[in-house]
Design a protein around this ligand. Structure first.
Ligand SMILES: Nc1nc2c(c(=O)[nH]1)N[C@H]1C(S)=C(S)[C@@H](COP(=O)(O)O)O[C@H]1N2
Ligand SMILES: [Mo]
Length: 261
């Protein structure tokens, strides 16, 4: 079975899974110090990663290794066919919260006519797409829950183009490992190809039946109900397909990269 976590460092499979599960929640917290104060046993993690903690630098190294093990385990556990829950119209959270790495009064906007979605990397046809061209493609809608690691969740209604359809249309190499996103507010993130191809992953053009408003990522965001909030890039201006690990804004500061919910 390919999803098994291989025995490692003399720990039983059960112990490995328990350790990873415990450390995952802690890894999603922005403060790594909190992680070191947390309940995870450093001895167990040392066995799992082959790193022992003697100083700050080795602690960083250990955290990095645990995070990569976590990405691997989450990748193996991700079921490409399992759908995230959907909700009724009456359950939509109103108003839907805004969040970014800056305040609401610093929201940037771009005129639709000046915007294009740029494509690069392992994609056969890398011509850019205008918003009207994206609107002309078949559209889907979903009412799903967004979960932010800062401690809130909310249900919203998003519409747009099924991302797997779009990847197919542009001739993306779907055997590649990653899809990366660059946003015009300088945010960036990247996702695994299995999630990119998940049927609920949506190149999102609308919120609640209207063009995506500035606070929720106008003109385009990527919506994935199978991933935590920070993995869902707003204000996308470019995307690329690659085998070179692209990281992300919060991921590079220590949030777990896979970021499944
Ligand atoms: N471009 C961009 N995308 C982003 C962010 C950001 O700061 N910039 N923040 C992320 C985080 S942490 C969350 S919780 C969601 C918030 O989306 P919302 O404002 O639509 O609720 O956007 C995600 N995508
Ligand atoms: Mo978030």
């Amino acid at each position: 079975m390919s999803r098994l976590i291989r025995p490692h460092g003399g720990l039983s499979l059960r112990d490995q899974v328990a350790l990873l599960r415990e450390s995952r929640a802690l890894l999603e917290q922005p403060s790594r110090r909190q992680f070191l104060r947390g309940a995870v046993t450093l001895g167990g993690l040392s066995l799992l990663t082959g790193c022992s903690v003697t100083d700050g630098a080795s602690a960083e190294q250990l955290l990095e290794k645990v995070s990569r093990l976590n990405d691997q385990a989450q990748g193996w556990l991700f079921d490409p066919e399992r759908l995230a829950p959907t909700y009724a119209e009456a359950e939509i959270t109103r108003p839907f919260p805004f969040n970014a790495f800056y305040d609401r009064d610093s929201i940037q906007t771009v005129a639709e006519d000046d915007w294009e979605l740029e494509l690069s990397g392992m994609i056969r046809n890398t011509r850019a797409w205008s918003i009207n061209e994206l609107r002309a493609l078949p559209q889907q809608e979903q009412i799903t829950r967004h979960i932010c690691v800062e401690g809130w969740s909310a249900i919203g209604r998003w519409g747009g183009v099924r991302f797997s359809d779009f990847l197919q249309r542009i001739g993306a190499d779907t055997t590649a490992k990653y899809v990366g996103f660059k946003c015009f507010d300088d945010y960036y993130t990247s996702i695994d190809m299995a999630t990119a191809l998940h049927p609920q992953t949506l190149l999102t053009l609308t919120y609640d039946g209207q063009p995506l408003p500035p606070e929720y990522g106008h003109p385009v965001k990527l919506r994935m109900p199978t991933k935590l909030g920070y993995k869902n890039p707003k204000y996308i201006e470019a995307m690329f397909v690659t085998n070179a690990y692209p990281g992300g804004y919060w991921e590079d500061m220590g949030y777990n990269w896979f970021g499944g919910s």
